[in-house]
Design a protein around this ligand. Structure first.
Ligand SMILES: *[C@@H]1O[C@H](CO)[C@@H](O)[C@H](O)[C@H]1NC(C)=O
Ligand SMILES: *[C@@H]1O[C@H](CO)[C@@H](O)[C@H](O)[C@H]1NC(C)=O
Ligand SMILES: *[C@@H]1O[C@H](CO)[C@@H](O)[C@H](O)[C@H]1NC(C)=O
Ligand SMILES: *[C@@H]1O[C@H](CO)[C@@H](O)[C@H](O)[C@H]1NC(C)=O
Ligand SMILES: *[C@@H]1O[C@H](CO)[C@@H](O)[C@H](O)[C@H]1NC(C)=O
Length: 673
């Protein structure tokens, strides 16, 4: 466990001993070598836990950041915004009793001289409590009800301004994000919990949020108070913590803390936090003499919660690693790293989701590389060795129109695939979230040619044939220069050249699924070409291959394009959002090529080699009429006896980013066997 202290000081203010207001950013993941200024009985344990108070009764402890912090430009201006978060635990020797509490505090002096323990929380005394000359702001975690200060109960969180009579207080708990239901928390449970305190200097608003340690920060704060802190906060203040005990021996512990002026407090790294104490190690010998009942009633529940906490951390980062995987060294990621990279896979980092799993954005802790991490649930016993071998060889593919697959990580029932992050997200967002983002014809044409070239490389450009199996707009990602890159190789199956593709269960997405693929379950380069055809029409027309709620009768895109072509009115089908600024010949070429690839007879479809040549105008497109192409020759899997497809058309296709592919087709087909 080490401590990360990031403190940026302006040269001038550093000389004067002042932390710069604009840049102050403090992070303590554990306090082992921290420079905090402590008094009272506050101490740091060898493993980095900051114990503000420990065991003795009627005592107090303080820990403050040693330098004063500027909260304003000048004495009369308004206070800056700030944000802080900390992880704490109140560990009592008795399961249901403790006291008195602890507080985050901003004060004009370091260490609050003259303050009293017990119900004064080490913040105030009888004479100065409530006096506006105090200039003290605090957030209390109070575990004893003090009538004197009109406390609401013995388990509450309160905002204290200049006194212990809280300006606003609520019972400890949080609003869960999903249901919005309030969940009680018990401050003295001995469990670690996290608090966020945020002040918006513009809106003059304070919010305080509490959550169990492993939960994401709830969206709805516990306390929300409109209050201007400018008159309370002096220009320079000290920030820190206070706590006090009463008659029950109690440890008030801090595991981590971060503070940021004019910004969001840095996220605390759970993997680096110190372990919580197990109460009563010194008492082992006494325990034997006093007897079992006391162990059971006192020590055991606490020891168990300590063990559970450790087991949870261990389990949290558990991954599966077998001998044969050692060859894949650089392609294997540590689960812990991915966990940190994605900030505990929290919802805010979610890029998209689909039938196969969720995709999260992350930043790898060591290299700072931005990645997209896809979590796929997977039966680890089934062909995992082969699958990982494929993943790793796919990871060796390099082409500028493919999203690099960096590696993988394995857990019990889960596989995590790590891709390079594509800043512009997926192409379908540009097609369907118009007019907010759209692409003009030149950009679309470039994407089409890029994807064609990437797919050609997969089919013919490498030592093995790679069949993508899920070519579609939502699997085409745009890099920073809006180049189209084919992503999501998680589903791809690899075949050695010359071998016959085995029948495997069908993956792919309805509308892109070639009829023979749905029928036989065999994915081939021809089925990829079919999907590519659907993709071409999708990009030109700005419509999905099958509309779940068609505006007209033409729910099936290829039928509609065909009827337009048949009437000699191709351009009717062009995406109106593209405007009129397009090259008619190119649009026609792409549409015809789309129809050509969509033929139900696999051998009638061009190869990707031919497709690339057509798009480069190096080869003339055959005349569709001379090929005798007809409406019946253009066919969808849905017309081959899977009529319930339309009903279950996957809604996940509407998601803005979808490495994760929707797979109604898969579940229907595999379930139906
Ligand atoms: C600050 O405000 C007080 C009264 O509100 C005034 O007397 C004083 O001159 C002001 N100081 C500055 C630097 O503006
Ligand atoms: C209360 O605290 C103040 C400092 O905040 C100190 O000056 C004062 O002497 C204290 N009063 C008592 C009675 O201890
Ligand atoms: C607040 O404190 C100041 C200075 O310590 C003192 O002069 C004043 O009387 C106090 N006010 C109240 C209401 O106690
Ligand atoms: C504390 O607040 C209550 C009501 O919220 C009020 O009646 C009481 O006078 C306050 N006491 C002090 C010392 O501010
Ligand atoms: C939360 O605690 C309060 C007060 O102790 C109680 O009334 C309420 O029923 C509890 N809610 C839940 C969901 O446990």
């Amino acid at each position: 466990m080490f401590i990360l202290i990031k403190l940026i000081l302006l040269a001038v203010s550093a000389l004067a001993g002042f932390a710069s207001s604009q840049d102050l950013s403090i992070t303590y993941n554990g306090f082992r070598s921290s420079d905090l200024s402590r008094d009272g009985i506050a101490e740091v344990t060898p493993n980095g836990l900051l114990k503000l108070t420990d065991a003795p009764v009627q005592q107090q402890g303080h820990a403050f950041f040693p330098n004063p912090v500027s909260f304003k430009d000048s004495a009369n201006s308004s206070a800056f915004s700030f944000s802080t978060t900390f992880i704490f635990a109140v560990v009592s020797e008795y399961p249901t009793l403790s006291g008195h509490g602890m507080a985050f505090v901003i004060a004009p002096t370091r260490g609050l001289p003259g303050a009293l323990p017990s119900h004064h929380l080490g913040l105030f005394n009888e004479t100065n409590n409530g006096n506006e000359t105090n200039h003290v702001f605090a957030v209390e975690l109070d575990t004893i009800q003090s009538e004197e200060f009109h406390d609401i109960n013995n388990n509450h969180v309160g905002i204290d301004i200049n006194g212990l009579n809280s300006t606003l207080a609520e019972p400890a708990g949080y609003y869960s994000d999903g249901s919005g239901v309030f969940q009680n928390l018990t401050l003295i449970s001995g469990k670690a919990m996290q608090v966020w305190v945020e002040y918006d200097g513009k809106e003059k608003h304070i919010s305080v949020t509490l959550a169990p340690i492993y939960a994401d920060k709830p969206n709805k704060p516990l306390l929300s108070l409109s209050y201007d802190l400018s008159p309370i906060l002096n220009k320079n203040m000290y920030i820190g913590f206070s706590s006090s005990t009463g008659s029950v021996p109690t440890s008030h512990c801090l595991l981590g803390w971060s503070f940021k002026m004019n910004g969001v407090a840095q996220w605390l790294d759970l993997s680096q936090l110190p372990k919580l104490p197990r109460v009563g190690p010194k008492k082992t010998s006494k325990v034997l003499t006093i007897g079992l009942p006391i162990i059971l009633t006192i020590a055991l529940p606490i020891a168990i919660s300590g063990i559970i906490y450790q087991v949870r951390i261990k389990k949290k980062f558990a991954e599966v690693l077998e001998d044969w995987e050692h060859d894949y060294g650089p392609h294997r990621f540590k689960y812990k790293d991915l966990y940190i990279a994605t900030k505990r896979f929290r919802d805010r980092e979610l890029l998209g989701r689909g039938g196969f799993g969720k995709v999260y954005r992350g930043i790898l802790p060591s290299s700072k590389l931005e990645v997209a991490v896809k979590r796929v649930s997977h039966d680890s016993r089934q062909g995992m060795k082969e699958f990982v071998a494929e993943i790793v060889s796919i990871g060796r593919l390099r082409h500028r129109n493919l999203v690099p697959l960096l590696g993988y990580c394995r857990r019990k029932d889960e596989l995590l695939l790590v891709y390079e992050y594509m800043p512009n997200g997926s192409l379908d967002r540009f097609l369907y979230q118009q007019p907010r983002c759209t692409l003009n014809w030149n950009q679309r044409y470039r994407v089409i040619r890029g994807v064609a070239s990437g797919l050609f490389y997969l089919h013919e450009g490498w030592e093995q044939i790679v069949i993508h199996r899920d070519v579609k707009a939502s699997n085409v990602l745009l890099d920073s220069e809006l180049n189209g890159r084919l992503g999501d190789f998680g589903l791809a199956k690899l075949y050695d050249h010359g071998t016959d593709p085995q029948t495997t269960h069908v993956v792919g997405t309805l509308g892109y699924l070639a009829p023979e693929h749905a029928r036989t379950g065999k994915a081939t380069t021809r089925t990829d070409v079919y999907a590519f055809g659907a993709f071409l029409l999708e990009v030109v027309c700005g419509r999905r291959p099958i509309e779940p709620h068609p505006p007209t009768e033409d729910a099936i895109l290829v039928d509609w394009v065909f009827s337009c072509w048949n009437k000699g009115q191709f351009l009717e089908a062009v995406d109106p959002n593209m405007g009129l600024d397009y090259v008619k010949e190119e649009v026609e070429l792409v549409m015809k090529l789309g129809l050509l690839c969509s033929q139900s007879e696999p051998t009638a479809r061009p190869t990707m080699r031919q497709v690339v040549l057509y798009l480069d105008s190096a080869l003339a497109l055959p005349d569709l009429r001379s090929l005798g192409i007809s409406a019946t020759g253009l066919s969808f899997a849905s017309q081959e006896g899977f009529s319930d497809f339309k009903l279950s058309y996957p809604s996940s296709m509407d998601k803005p980013f979808s490495h994760a592919s929707s797979s109604a087709a898969e579940s229907l087909l595999s379930g139906g066997r």
